[in-house]
Design a protein around this ligand. Structure first.
Ligand code: FCB
Length: 501
């Protein structure tokens, strides 16, 4: 069962980096660290003391063991087993087999030197029917995982919802029903009550737009002149009015879960959402454009973070939704905006570049040029500046006291060489540039407490299946052997220096 993950694997990746090796000679011994080689971090770009360096995963993408120990089915099990939905007909029945190999995976993180780990709890593992009697064996798995992390000196950051809604709840209307928001709060309160003796920080819900809009409508974009459709489970195509109600139910679930966590967890337990903030970046850095970008970011997130943090839908959101506006009460707005302790933001790219405009709403979007560079995924336009602007705007718009970068990373065409090395030069470039912009934000006093790289290891990338690799660690999906990539060695070095390297 052991995947034989040793410091040697890292040394191998780092050694290959140090000597510019892509082929050939076996590497003897341990790689030099930059302290030994006398190099300094880039322009002394160090992060604040106690900065929490982490990696992230989610339950459905890595656990496997979908029928074990009483786990119930989730909407992603059903979706993945629907013909034609997942690239190459993949499914996540076994995935990374993390359910059985979690100790090896904790060791992997320990070898990388990470301080924190963001994983998700599978709701249907703990409540196979979404509500009712909890399944003790399901909860036990997360207790064991948390214990292994604590023993390794890694802080656990569980996410309570990373899209794997119990199928039993979908059968009763899923997120179209307000009852699902209530069921989520009950589940969140239960987990907080059970785990807050050893977990201090919980993320509530991951990426509203992804499971709400992409799951209940789908999204279309044009790439290289071709239309591409993206879809997530449950794969619905709702009308505007119904979709807006699902959005509302999702933010209601956020607020209700915060209240349930406060009611059930040990004093001092903290929580907040992990959202993929749509970020507008000023095309040219001037005071007017900076302001314009803030206006744009606030409006683009009106249905999610803006209503959560301001307790009301913006006028332009309600005007734009018109007859399809969500139905809600004042009381619900109060629940939705229940105060959170921190905001997690997943940052992959800018949503748009803007310049100021005298016309309402105060900004002009700049379309991405056709030749704008992108990473491997079709949606993944490159714009590391988002890593500076997103947290800065969150602080400036909502006076947030604690911000976590809960995801950032990229897919790459990683291949294992005959020597057992994965040289992901593009991911290292991506990481270095994003960390440089993140550093700019921390240096200016934006209260960013930590950064989680997506992902610890290659995994089941939703409708892309196993074909799209986001990991710092390569996974052979036949043998499930894990091999740290060059980027894992880079990340280890950045963590060791607490700096951009
Ligand atoms: C995010 C998801 C995560 C993973 C990355 C690549 O949108 O939260 O599960 O799919 O993208």
């Amino acid at each position: 069962m052991s995947t034989n993950l040793t410091k040697r694997d890292f040394a191998k990746a780092a050694g290959a980096a140090a000597f510019g090796m892509t082929t050939g000679a076996p590497l003897a011994g341990r790689a030099q660290t930059s302290a030994e080689s006398g190099t300094k971090p880039v322009q002394g770009a160090t992060f604040p003391d106690g900065f929490s360096w982490g990696v992230a995963t989610s339950a459905f993408q890595i656990e496997g063991a979908v029928k074990e120990d009483g786990r119930g089915a989730s909407i992603w099990d059903s979706y993945a087993h629907t013909l034609g939905k997942i690239r190459n007909g993949d499914n996540a029945d076994v995935a990374n087999d993390h359910y059985h190999r979690y100790k090896d995976d904790v060791r992997l993180m320990q070898d990388m030197g990470v301080k924190s780990y963001r994983f998700s709890i599978a709701w249907p593992r703990v409540f196979p029917n979404g509500v009712g009697q909890p399944n003790p064996k399901g909860l036990d798995f997360y207790r064991r995982l948390v214990d292994a992390l604590l023993e390794a000196g890694i802080e656990p950051f569980p996410t309570l919802y990373h899209w794997d809604l119990p199928q039993a709840l979908q059968d009763k209307g899923g997120w179209q029903s307000r009852d699902t928001a209530k069921a989520f709060a009950d589940y969140a309160g239960y987990i907080a009550g059970q785990l807050s003796d050893r977990v201090t920080r919980f993320f509530t819900i991951n990426e509203f737009f992804s499971f709400v809009d992409i799951g209940h409508r789908g999204a279309e974009m044009t790439v290289d002149g071709k239309k591409v459709r993206i879809e997530h489970a449950p794969g619905l195509k709702l009308s505007n009015a119904k979709l807006n109600q699902v959005r509302h139910n999702a933010v209601l679930a956020q607020g209700l879960s915060v209240q349930a966590i406060r009611a059930n967890a040990k004093a001092g337990t903290k929580c907040g959402p992990a959202d993929n903030l749509s970020t507008a970046v000023p095309a040219i850095e001037t005071p007017e454009n900076i302001k314009a970008a803030e206006i744009a970011t606030r409006e683009m997130n009106a249905g999610y973070l803006t209503v959560i943090l301001e307790g009301k839908y913006t006028d332009s959101y309600l005007a734009a939704t018109g007859k399809g506006a969500p139905k809600f009460t004042e009381d619900e707005l109060k629940i939705i905006s229940s105060p959170v302790d921190f905001i997690g933001i997943n940052i992959y790219r800018p949503s748009v570049y803007v310049v100021a405009s005298e016309r309402a709403p105060g900004f002009r979007p700049i379309p991405f040029n056709k030749s704008h560079p992108r990473m491997l995924s079709l949606w993944h336009l490159l714009g590391p500046e988002a890593m500076y602007w997103a947290p800065r705007q969150v602080q400036s718009l909502w006076k947030t006291k604690e911000i976590y970068i809960t995801e950032n990373g990229c897919a790459a065409s990683d291949e294992l060489s005959a020597e057992g090395i994965v040289d992901d030069s593009d991911r290292v470039m991506f990481l270095r540039n994003h960390l440089a912009h993140l550093h700019r934000a921390t240096a200016e006093g934006v209260p960013i407490k930590g950064y989680f790289h997506w992902s610890l290891m290659d995994n089941f990338e939703w409708s892309e299946g196993f074909a799209t690799r986001f990991g710092l660690v390569y996974v052979d999906f036949k043998t499930r052997k894990r091999t740290p990539k060059l980027s894992a060695a880079y990340f280890r070095e950045a963590i060791a220096k607490n700096a951009v390297v």
